[in-house]
Design a protein around this ligand. Structure first.
Ligand SMILES: Cc1ncc(COP(=O)(O)O)c(C=O)c1O
Length: 429
């Protein structure tokens, strides 16, 4: 056989093998759940619910998730709601009611002011250490409505230097400030990371009657989020708990807290990835949870298997047809779609480029070749989705934090109907 013939045969063989490896056809129209959600949006009293991108919250699933989290959480540990993951007043109110907990964790000055104004009875712990100027601004702008920062607010402090700044603020205001110390239990995102630094802060607290120590915050999501290498998670958990116990004991001793007083302080730990790992026998005496209640995609964790996704972006489809790459590279698209039939069809959404994945109808995906767009995002599929312009496409957010606020009022669905529109907090980092 001559060389040309051999090459030709090899090429034909490779093409046949490639053809045999073609992805199978996939995709289907909405299932019953999403068909009902789409129908609810169409039947809503607000025309914009089905004609613009909206954030849909399934209240039935939310309430079921509340029950699941409560079943997983140690009964001895009160729950603090992580407000940044659930940024809407009515949503936070409903959760407070369902959980019988007025404890919330807030993360920025605008939301702190909103909380103080809208929830004058709540107990607020900062989830990140704010620059002292932001704390000072709070005392200027805070509502005069009965919310008492001297009883209901804990500032978060991560270093002796910041504590010294807050001391100056307290002295300037002539007011007691309540401070909770952020400790590094292994995440390495900041906070007190050595006994020496902690000692320095504790000495400062001992010397300044205007600063009131209220407890510690040790956030530990790395315990379940680091790669599952043999022993890694177990040792991260043991380390986090041991460090917390050690720092708590150091604070109790240095401040001379009476034995009866320490358990009454706020020893906060966890988040959705780890709240189930605390049982009340360790240093932590309360756990934080936010995202698990709405379960965005990054919270598909084994212990949350019984929780269901409860928030989706719903957006109308503008155009539907054969998927084509732009002129000049159209041939490339034709080659590709000949090989992968799941890219034959293209649908253009109203909006796009959200931090979310298409979830229904099944089998839609972003194109690896056509650019993303916040204006009109194309998704490709086999065509089995049977979508027409005007139909609704659902996407599942990666996170609820910073996303729930992007769509104006949250559209609340229950028992197959739109039952409310909840104003979301203004978008804020
Ligand atoms: C200090 C702190 N605690 C708890 C959480 C947990 O929030 P979620 O339950 O939404 O993951 C976070 C999230 O970033 C956090 O920063």
């Amino acid at each position: 056989m001559n060389t040309r013939r051999r090459l030709w045969l090899a090429g034909a063989g490779a093409a046949l093998a490639g053809w045999a490896l073609r992805p199978g056809l996939s995709g289907a129209p909405h299932d019953g759940y999403f068909a009902a959600l789409a129908q609810a949006l169409r039947q809503s009293g607000r025309a914009t619910d089905a004609s613009t991108p909206v954030l849909v919250l399934d209240r039935d699933r939310l309430l079921a998730n509340v029950r699941q989290v409560q079943a997983l959480k140690a009964p001895a540990l009160p729950l603090r709601v992580v407000a940044k993951s659930l940024p809407a007043t009515a949503l936070l109110q409903l959760l407070a009611q369902q959980l019988q907990s007025q404890r919330q964790m807030v993360f920025n000055l605008p939301y702190l002011l909103l909380h103080a104004a809208q929830f004058p009875a709540f107990d607020l712990l900062l989830g990140k250490p704010l620059p002292v100027a932001a704390a000072a601004a709070f005392y200027v702008q805070r509502p005069a409505n009965g919310f008492d920062p001297g009883r209901q607010l804990q500032w978060l402090i991560d270093s002796p230097a910041r504590l010294a700044e807050y001391r100056q603020l307290a002295q300037g205001l002539g007011q007691r400030l309540r401070v909770n110390l952020e400790i590094d239990v292994g995440l390495h995102r900041g906070g007190f990371a050595s006994a020496a630094a902690l000692d320095e802060a504790l000495a400062l607290l001992r010397a300044e009657p205007l600063l009131e120590f209220t407890g510690m915050m040790g956030y530990d999501p790395h315990v379940t989020e680091i790669p599952d290498l043999p022993g890694a998670r177990a040792s991260a958990e043991a380390h986090a708990k041991a460090v917390y116990t050690q720092y708590r004991a150091q604070a109790v001793a240095a401040l001379g807290l009476p034995a009866a007083q320490a358990p009454g302080l706020c020893w906060n730990a966890a988040g959705s990835p780890t709240f189930q790992l605390h049982d009340g026998s360790g240093a932590a005496n309360e756990v934080s949870v936010g995202s698990a209640f709405v379960k965005p995609a990054e919270f598909d964790l084994p212990h949350l298997a019984a929780c269901q996704p409860a928030c989706f972006i719903a957006t109308p489809l503008l155009k539907s047809g054969a998927f084509m790459l732009p002129s000049g590279v159209q041939w490339l698209g034709q080659l590709l779609t000949a090989w992968d039939r799941n890219q034959r069809h293209g649908v253009f959404l109203y909006g796009g480029q959200w931090r979310a994945d298409p979830v229904s109808p099944a089998g839609l995906a972003t194109s690896g070749l056509y650019g993303l767009s916040p204006n009109q995002q194309v998704l490709v599929g086999s065509g089995r989705q049977q979508l027409q312009p005007g139909d609704t496409v659902f996407l599942r957010p990666h996170k609820s934090e910073a996303l729930l606020q992007q769509f104006g009022d949250i559209v609340v669905v229950a028992s197959g109907q739109v039952v409310a529109h909840w104003p979301a907090f203004p978008p804020m980092p």
